[in-house]
Design a protein around this ligand. Structure first.
Ligand code: HEM
Length: 106
């Protein structure tokens, strides 16, 4: 099984909106071929990144989602806010750092 881990560092004044977006997330990803599960982890220490752990049957399934309209639809609010911050030359409300893994033991 393939895992994509996205660490998202969120500005303090954006945390409430960030959590709201995930609580009301699009759910587009759940319909994707090869999608297994997603967990969103809230840091116990304030200021540390949130972690979005997504599991896929294969890396190709993951890549297909990233290249799809479902990915853009699932991120429309998040990417809209990032674009607005960039246009207004404000600090980004969040930044992300993605790493990929293979599940080799359970
Ligand atoms: C390839 C890298 C990424 C992965 C694996 C990933 C994973 C996910 C998944 C699985 C969802 C749920 C989508 C749905 O419900 O259909 C999601 C939504 C979301 N992601 Fe990502 N994501 C990535 C890139 C990013 C980036 C670059 C950001 C911002 C810095 C971000 C921030 C968010 C936010 C805030 C949501 C909540 C949905 C909304 O916009 O309303 N993600 N992400």
């Amino acid at each position: 099984m393939f895992c994509a881990m996205n660490r998202i560092t969120v500005q303090e004044d954006y945390v409430e909106k960030f959590e709201y977006m995930f609580k009301t997330r699009a759910g587009e990803v759940d319909k994707e071929p090869g999608f297994v599960d997603v967990k969103i982890l809230r840091p116990k220490q304030p200021g540390k990144p949130y972690i979005v752990l997504s599991f896929w049957e294969t890396e190709a399934n993951f890549q297909q989602w990233v290249d799809s309209g479902a990915y853009m639809k699932g991120h429309s609010r998040a990417f809209g806010d990032m674009k607005q911050a960039a246009d207004e030359k404000r600090q980004m409300p969040m930044r992300s750092d993605m790493e990929t893994f293979e599940v080799f033991a359970e």
